[in-house]
Design a protein around this ligand. Sequence first.
Ligand code: ZN
Ligand code: ZN
Length: 357
Amino acid sequence: MNLRVDALRRLLAESEADAFFSLSPPTNFYLAGFSGTTSAVIISGKEAIFLCDFRYTEQAGDQVKGYSVEEIAGTLETRVGEFLDKIGAKVVAFEAAAHTVHQQQSVQKAFSGTLLPELDLVRKLRCVKDEDEIEAIRGASELAESVLAEVLPQLTAGVMEREIAAEIEYGFKKRGAQGPSFDTIALFGARSSLPHGMPGDKRLRTGDVVLLDFGCRRTGYCSDLTRTYAFGTIPGAWFEEIYDLTLTAQRIALEAIRPGMVCREVDAIARNLIADAGYGERFGHGLGHGVGIEIHESPRLNKESDAVLEPGMIVTVEPGIYLPGKGGVRIEDLVVVTRDGSESLSKSPKKLKVLPE
Ligand code: ZN
Ligand code: ZN
C-alpha cells in the first residue's frame, strides 16, 4: 500500500482524468521511491505501473514498492502510450511543468486517448511534507551546516571565491551528501550585490563582504542556507545598516509564519520593513520558496502567491538588500511550518560576525 499513490488517486477522482503518467525524475522519486534518472510511472484507479529499462531493473526491484515493475525496451514515451491504451485509460493527466512538448507528443503518438496537462497534482501533494521528509531535510540542513563550520576557517586573505565554493561542495560529498542542491554561491566584496552571482577569481581582502548561499542533497532531499559575514573589519556603516535591517526583516517574517498565513502576506511583512527604510528597490526577489526533493518547490513566498501555509510545509525565509558597487546582505533559513508557528531547521548563528583575518 503506497499512501502517496492513494493521495494521487483521490485527486484524480476529483478531476476529469481517469489515469496519470509521469516521466519526471523528482515526481517518480516522490511517488515510487525510485532515485534513477529514466523511468515512467502510470497510475489509474486500479493500476500502479512502474516502467524502466534494463539498466534500472535491479535498482527498481530494491526501491519501488507497491507497483508492478515492467522492464521495457525501446522508447520510453512510446511504451507509456501503449500501456495507457492497454489499461483502457481515456483521459490521462500529466504534470505540464515537468514534461517537454516533445515528451507529450511522443506519448500521444502511441496513445489513442486524450492527454490532459495539469499544474497541481503531485506538486500539491509534495508541498506538505510527512515526518520522514522533514527528517530528511533536517539531515541535509545539518550536514550543510557542519560543512559551513569546517569551511569558515578557510576564509583567509587571498583565497578565491571559487576555491571556497569548491571546498563547500567537496565537504558535502565527503560527509555523504549526493552533492550540492544547486550551484554554490560564494561571493566576496562588491560582488556580493549579485543575488545569484557565480563564484569567480575574486580574492578575499580585508573589509570584504562574504556571502555564502549553499545547500546539499542528501537521501533525495535538499537544504538551502545563506549567511553573510564581514572579513577582517566591517566594510562600512552602510553594511551594518543593511545587515541589521535584513536580519530584522527576516526575524519578523519568521515570527509571522504559522498555518493559515497567506504567503504574499509573509512576503509583505519583510518587504514593507525594508521599503520603509528606503531599500525597497534593492530587495528585488521573493522572500522565499518551498524546498523538498527539488530546491525550488511550492509554496512560493512572494508578492503574488495566494498559497496558504499549512503544517508540514518547508520554506526558506531569505530577505536580502543589494547595493551595486558596494555589496549585499542575504540571510536565509529553512523552516518547517508547525501547528502553531514554525521551527527552524538551520541553526547557524546570525549575529553580525567579523571573520578573523
Ligand atoms: Zn539559498
Ligand atoms: Zn533559497
